[in-house]
Design a protein around this ligand. Structure first.
Ligand SMILES: C[S@@+](CC[C@H](N)C(=O)[O-])C[C@H]1O[C@@H](n2cnc3c(N)ncnc32)[C@H](O)[C@@H]1O
Length: 352
């Protein structure tokens, strides 16, 4: 005797299964970054090499529980991170990006956006929607970057490495977009460890560059910018807070890449400080991932919401960013795409 009906209850009217499937997947999507993070932390990407390896052997070499490792890998494989063939586990294009030695590495980026404090911030999204602002300061008693540098040194290191990883993916395209033949002095404000500045200096042998960032970021700059480094004679590295003052006066270009995505008031202050440090005719460049013109809309909107919660910031729209440039008293010159993801907003400093 069969007890299973051949038609569904209700006479066959089934809800749209793709909507159900997709919404269920989205509601559990946090399992994916959690699995990525666990894989990195136990050293999985480093222990999968060029030949397939069994889960038992992996578990032994990693000194982890084999049954749970199998479950972790099953979850990751469902996203195309690692693959299992007849011989065992092998890398995929995505899992290889988690390795320390991969030239397009995104290991520290994954760790950065899955740090424990990030998981603590997400529930605050509801309050932000109600109140109209993120309140990191209310929760932790300090501004995001001050708190990060003072209280979370390991996270600061992960952050700085993650920014270098992202810069490795974009710096060549940025250097190609700029025609700096008539420019002598270039300042990268909030330039992290200076990977992008180094790439721009290498592409422009006539150029002198200055890296300005908070002390924790410039403590260990790119090797090329350090004393004895290949670019040392054409560069300087300065600690500075662009919300207070930009310590290089009269330069031809002041660049802000992926920094002015915090509180709008801070953005206007930083741009005004650049205008004050500059001379009439100097250029101010904002390099950013516009949220209304992004081919990777989930990446752009995800970061937009995270910025809301950590710096009360945002990914800008084209209209929003140009309004801030004008509020700061700069003259908008152009907005130019830098494939695949970024835009350069170019402004000039008007005569007083
Ligand atoms: C998202 S990262 C971007 C780093 C770099 N421009 C890049 O694209 O790789 C933002 C940078 O702004 C720096 N920063 C934050 N607050 C700052 C301030 N008040 N003055 C100068 N730099 C600051 C951070 O230390 C960090 O290096």
């Amino acid at each position: 005797m069969t007890i299973i009906r051949s038609t569904p209850p209700g006479g066959g009217a089934m809800p749209d299964s793709s909507a159900i499937t997709t919404l269920r997947d989205i509601s559990l999507a946090s399992a994916a970054p959690a699995a990525l993070r666990a894989a990195i932390q136990v050293g999985l990407p480093e222990h999968v090499g060029d030949v397939p390896v069994t889960i038992d052997d992996l578990a032994k070499s990693l000194d982890v529980d084999g049954a749970i490792l199998e479950r972790l890998l099953r979850a990751l494989r469902s996203y195309g991170v690692f693959h299992e063939d007849a011989g065992g586990i092998v890398h995929t294009a995505m899992s290889r990006l988690l390795r320390e030695d991969d030239p397009q590495r995104l290991k520290y980026w994954v760790l950065w956006v899955t740090e424990p404090w990030v998981w603590e911030l997400w529930p605050d999204l509801e309050d932000a929607v109600r109140t109209g602002r993120g309140d990191f300061e209310g929760k932790y008693g300090d501004r995001f970057f001050s708190h990060l540098h003072a209280q979370w040194p390991d996270s600061t290191e992960i952050f700085n490495r993650s920014q270098t990883e992202l810069s490795r993916l974009t710096s060549a395209a940025i250097a190609e977009t700029f025609d700096l033949s008539g420019v002598r002095t270039f300042v990268d404000v909030g330039g992290g460890r200076g990977y992008t500045l180094s790439t721009i200096l290498e592409a422009n042998p006539h150029l002198h560059g200055t890296l300005v960032d908070l002390p924790a970021a410039v403590a260990e700059p790119d090797l090329r910018l350090r004393p004895g480094g290949a670019l040392a004679e054409r560069s300087q590295v300065l600690a500075g807070d662009c919300l207070v003052d930009i310590p290089v006066k009269g330069a031809d270009i002041y660049q802000f890449k992926s920094i002015l995505e915090w509180d709008d008031e801070w953005t206007v202050t930083a741009l005004r400080n650049a205008a004050q440090a500059a001379r009439p005719g100097s250029r101010v460049l904002m390099i950013t991932n516009l949220v209304d013109d992004s081919p990777e809309i989930r990446y752009a909107t995800g970061i937009d919401l995270l910025f809301l919660l950590n710096t009360n910031g945002r990914r800008h729209t084209r209209k929003g960013v140009t309004a801030l440039v004008e509020r700061a008293g700069l003259r908008l010159e152009s907005v130019t795409p830098v494939p695949p993801l970024l835009h350069v907003v170019e402004a000039s400093v008007p005569s007083a």
